[in-house]
Design a protein around this ligand. Structure first.
Ligand code: NAD
Length: 356
């Protein structure tokens, strides 16, 4: 017997093609009358399109969402909530738009409908990261979990090939860390294994043909499953390092996940053999870290931290930050270990050769 505890999250999920047409019915089900649609500036056309589908449920749009949920953007959006007397928020886009929806819900208690268009997975979690004066803080509270998530495969067809690949690897990182989480449980582990099994081949197809509808469907389903894992169990070293690299050195979110994942898997390999066996099986590879490295190479995403803006002079400080308030991790998180791991990821050509 392996003892565990498990908390189900109460989000309603609608998955399919053309499902954005169901958003008004979902608002009615929530008992809402006037929804504010929020997005990034780049997705203003999609936000307007969804607003136009709302009919009498339409309150307005706010298209100022930005990466890492700056509090000043949230203040501007709250002004729109008040001016339009909105009683619901619809967040359309990737983690940036969904983060803004969560920040509004935290401050107003308004119900949220999330319509994700990347594979980041924020819509499935009770986690909100916000930035204030350049400082990022993260909290976990059920207040920010969206009431409804509407996945529409059609909306992911426009996701650019490069972001498709890095966002998909960002999703796989949730599943990888779920399999060796301190609070791993059978449901999250089953979902994680299935998510990697679906996501990895879908991403390989999408790297060649971003318009392949069946692969888009598999990837979005995988993203739901990966995001659900992120919401169900705690994350470890990989997410800690990406948090440090994004928060303190300004590296881009999804590409940072893509670069780091195989190296962290190599670092943890000897300390989490069962998880590594399941990851390798899901990837159809002889070993987990090597399989993740090969997948990343096949997807042609950035291979090193140096390529995505990290400076060699900052590696020591990054290693210091990685060992300060570390997340639980299967392998011991040492200063020397972090420095070696970051060095391998900085250069990127070969996997960390470290046997724990
Ligand atoms: P993003 O939301 O910033 O999107 C990147 C860009 O791609 C934006 O310009 C966006 O408008 C555009 N885009 C998104 N979908 C598109 C599509 N289908 N077609 C064309 N363009 C599209 O990027 P992201 O990686 O999804 O999210 C990153 C943010 O989410 C970070 O702030 C991260 O911290 C947060 N996040 C939070 C959680 C959580 O659980 N709280 C989980 C994952 C990510």
């Amino acid at each position: 017997m392996i003892p565990f505890s498990y908390n189900a999250l109460p989000t309603r999920v609608v998955f399919g093609t053309g499902t954005i047409k169901q958003v008004p019915a979902e608002l009615a089900r929530l008992g809402c009358n006037r929804a504010l649609v929020v997005s990034t500036p780049e997705q203003h056309a999609l936000a307007s399109h969804i607003a136009s589908l709302l009919g009498a449920f339409r309150a307005g749009t706010f298209t100022g969402a930005a990466m890492h949920t700056p509090v000043e953007v949230t203040s501007a959006a709250l002004q729109q909530v008040r001016e339009h007397a909105a009683d619901a928020v619809i967040a359309v886009g990737g983690g940036s738009a969904i983060g803004l929806g969560k920040a509004i819900a935290l401050r107003t208690g308004l119900p949220q409908v999330a319509v994700p268009t990347t594979y980041a997975g924020s819509e499935a979690t009770p986690i909100l990261g916000e930035t204030d004066g350049g400082r990022k803080t993260t909290q976990r509270t059920p207040e920010v979990l969206p009431e409804v998530v509407v996945y529409d495969v059609d909306l992911t067809l426009t996701l650019p090939a490069a972001l498709t690949a890095t966002s998909g690897l960002n999703a796989i990182a949730h599943a990888v860390e779920a399999l060796y989480a301190e609070d791993a449980n059978p449901i999250a582990s089953l979902l994680a294994e299935q998510a990697i099994t679906l996501m990895a081949p879908a991403l390989r197809i999408l790297a060649r043909d971003p318009s392949d509808h069946a692969a888009r469907s598999g990837a979005l389903y995988g993203a739901w499953a990966c995001g659900t894992c992120l919401g169900l169990v705690g994350m470890s070293l990989h997410h800690k390092l990406c948090h440090v690299l994004g928060g303190s050195f300004g590296l881009p979110h999804a590409p940072t996940h893509a670069v780091m994942l195989p190296h962290v898997a190599a670092y943890n390999a000897a300390s989490a053999p069962d998880a590594m066996r399941r990851i390798a099986k899901a990837l159809g590879a002889p070993d987990a870290a090597g399989g993740l490295f090969a997948l990343r190479q096949a997807l042609n995403t950035p291979a090193s931290l140096s390529e995505i803006g990290m400076q060699a002079a900052d590696l020591d400080r990054a290693a210091d930050l990685a060992v300060a308030n570390p997340y639980w991790n299967p392998a011991p998180v040492t200063r020397d270990g972090m420095r070696a791991l970051l060095d391998a990821a900085f250069h990127g050509q070969t996997l960390l050769q470290r046997i724990n």
